[in-house]
Ligand binder design. Sequence first.
Ligand SMILES: C[S@@+](CC[C@H](N)C(=O)[O-])C[C@H]1O[C@@H](n2cnc3c(N)ncnc32)[C@H](O)[C@@H]1O
Length: 252
Amino acid sequence: MARGAHRDAAKIEEHTVSQIDPAREHLIETYRKKAKHYDITTRLYPVPGYPQRAQRLRAVQALGLRPGDSVVDVACGTGLNFPLIEEVIGPGGRIVGVDLTDAMLARAQDRIAANGWSNVSLVQSDAAGFDFPAEVDAILSTYALSQVPECAEVIAHGAAALSGGGRWAVLDLKVPGNTPGWLAQLGTAVVRPFASIDEWIMRRPWAAIRAAMQEELADFSWTELFFGTAFLAAGSRSPGTPGVRPRGSGPQ
Ligand SMILES: C[S@@+](CC[C@H](N)C(=O)[O-])C[C@H]1O[C@@H](n2cnc3c(N)ncnc32)[C@H](O)[C@@H]1O
């Protein structure tokens, strides 16, 4: 996708999500219930007063966006990152928001309409099966990728679709190192309504995300935020990297 080449009207494109497993069904049901009040309740996430907006801003800044850039927001939810991205890319840029949960995307659609953005398109898809548009300038995922068991594959597929010098940034929560068991359990109780936290803690997705970003990208950086309760991982595709087509774009 060339910089500023598309200015699609907002719409939700549905990709067939085949073989939804019980964990994903639970996740979709959870976010269907949360969607209506997500923008309010997320201010309490993971605890009241958490500097989420500052972290989001930092993640968007890590993309090094320019006017006219194309950006994929993976698991975009209700589109809370869109205003921050729009501010930089302007009407000549493009955002593609991808999410598994229809109700979250419906809220994102409301936000798009309320702001009169004509350069945002929405895709209902599992991030694990999403075909990234080729030559995208930047990919972002905030507070979501650690919920995707195939997070390493998503990072690899996205990295393959980036234009030379394009940036990938992941902001998400993690369990701080050396956390006493009782504190981890307390955190689990606080965050439980948002996802299957026990499985999340056991899986340690932040480690897989870190390894995949390091493997797939140049200029890799890893920054722990707010006492190690969150991280910002970022990197770019080397300008000279031979073209690797994103999955589903035909024979290599
Ligand atoms: C905590 S919300 C974060 C939403 C948004 N990124 C934000 O920063 O506000 C997590 C989102 O991830 C989405 N999600 C979880 N697993 C997903 C998957 N496998 N593919 C696509 N979206 C997924 C959920 O539907 C939900 O909208």
